[in-house]
Design a protein around this ligand. Structure first.
Ligand code: AMX
Length: 435
């Protein structure tokens, strides 16, 4: 299998590189940790490593060294499409280089081979109360697939440590292959009277999701490719990625680890922000009517939100200090295809207004939009208006990134994670000694 062969080729040199670095330079300090960071969510503490993506505070995310515009331009695309195959992105994540179209298609066909979703997954989803949040349904589906884990079986049969990554890769491919069908099933069950649409074997992984969602406009296939690419990976310190990494570090398999990561993604300060952002836009529209296109009225609305003690969803970031390039890519998509769409236009106008408001307020370190500020308005355009579902789409995409990281973490035998806690008294003592 192409991914396995390509990783295998690189492994001896990667293992030697890491071994040498830790053995010869293991005592070199990477940074310092302050009391504010210990109490402040470990912001900026350099304590993780990944070679798959890097978030530059000013430039934004790079996947394997490539910026978002470069990735969008260079990755192979289906005929007639403007957005790349997710299979090519996964190849880039795991192998580290831009694939040829044949290589991207090999990953796509691996997913196709592994796409069968066992009946018990659908039964479990159906057995839960009908008002269960779609993220809960999705997380449960990923978790119960754990019985399929090859890693767990092989580990208990005495698999050698150096081979742990191989069933981790198999599990990851098996899981990813099933995600579009599971997610679309949840959508159609909850919101379309259970009128389920079967996968189309002729479509790519992301295009098939669009098809199974039941959106008739073919442009939605390209939006799905774009969406899954943009939300996939953002280093390993964010909540969903870090949770997945932490859980997998105990040698839990990818089903356990990714379902834990999805639970983190479901929080309003993380993946749920996209639905909150769209709700905020609709509130602006409903309360202001025509005046929502007036910058002064929009600015007042933003101030009202802040004065109520709420955050403006979709704005701010823990690491970034400029407009998120993932926001820009979606803005350009909307501008190109539906610039006059009511909600898209509003989201674009908010971008002209909110950064100034946040700057004036002076609290947020980053007044610029993040990926979530606009993603909902694009879905809204295509008729996907059930906000609760948006984080599920984020989850499909995020599993591409976290599973690629999990494969490499296992290939490099990264150990169980266990940072050290202190008590407040200890921190006070440290502070007293420092003055
Ligand atoms: N609106 C209002 N206030 C904001 C703000 C926003 N969009 N972003 C940050 N602030 C406030 C914080 O609440 C904090 O206030 P406090 O001192 O009273 O607690 C202060 O500014 C400093 O925060 P920060 O250091 O700039 O941000 P952070 O690293 O603590 O948090 C984030 C980052 C994203 C959680 C925050 O900017 C936020 O809540 N944004 C809105 C929600 C959102 O868009 N989340 C999605 C993030 C991307 C993702 O994971 N999908």
């Amino acid at each position: 299998m192409i991914l396995k062969d390509k990783i295998q080729e690189q492994l001896p040199s990667w293992r030697e590189r890491v071994r040498k670095l830790v053995k010869e330079k293991g005592d070199v300090k990477v940074g310092e940790v302050t009391i504010a960071q210990v109490y402040g969510g470990m912001r900026d503490v350099k304590g993780l490593v990944t070679d798959i993506s890097y978030v530059d505070p000013v430039e934004g995310i790079r996947f394997r060294g490539y910026t978002i515009p470069e990735v969008l331009e260079k990755l192979p695309k289906p005929k007639g499409a403007e957005m790349p195959y997710a299979g090519g992105l996964y190849y880039l994540f795991l192998v580290g280089s831009i694939p040829t179209i044949e290589q991207a298609m090999e990953v796509e066909s691996e997913w196709k081979k592994r796409g069968y979703v066992p009946q018990y997954v659908f039964e479990a989803i159906r057995s839960l109360p009908s008002d269960t949040h779609p993220m809960t349904l999705f997380t449960v589906a990923v978790l119960i697939l754990q019985r399929e884990s090859l890693f767990s079986k092989q580990y208990h049969d005495g698999l050698k440590k150096d081979s742990y990554w191989e069933p981790m890769l198999e599990d990851s491919l098996n899981l990813i292959a099933k995600l579009p069908e599971i997610a679309a099933y949840i959508y159609r069950l909850k919101y379309k009277n259970g009128d389920i649409i079967s996968p189309d074997p002729n479509l790519d992984w992301a295009g098939n999701f669009a098809h199974m969602m039941g959106v008739k406009d073919p442009l939605y296939e390209d939006l799905s490719r774009l969406y899954f690419l943009l939300h996939s990976d953002h280093e390993t310190g964010n909540v969903s990625a870090h949770t997945t990494h932490l859980v997998a570090s105990s040698l839990s398999d990818i089903y356990y680890a990714a379902s834990a990561g999805l639970s983190g993604l479901a929080g309003p300060l993380h993946g749920l922000a996209n639905q909150e952002c769209l709700s905020w836009l609709l509130e602006v529209r409903d309360k202001c009517g025509e005046c929502s296109y007036d910058k002064a009225a929009l600015s007042q609305f933003a101030w009202d939100t802040l004065n109520n003690g709420q955050v403006i969803p979709g704005y701010g970031h823990a690491v970034l200090r400029k407009t998120d390039p993932r926001f820009t890519a979606q803005l350009e998509f909307g501008k190109k295809y539906f610039p006059e769409d009511e909600i898209f236009k509003l989201a674009a106008l908010v971008y002209d207004v909110v950064p100034d408001v946040l700057r004036e307020q002076g609290k947020a370190k980053d007044p610029w939009p993040n990926v979530d500020a606009i993603s909902g308005s694009l879905q809204y355009h295509f008729g996907i208006r059930e906000f609760d579902f948006y984080t599920v789409m984020f989850g499909i995409s995020r599993i591409l990134g976290v599973s690629a990281n999990a494969v490499w973490a296992r290939a490099l035998n990264q150990p169980i994670e266990r940072p050290k806690s202190l008590t407040t008294t200890m921190l006070e003592d440290i502070a007293a000694k420092a003055v």
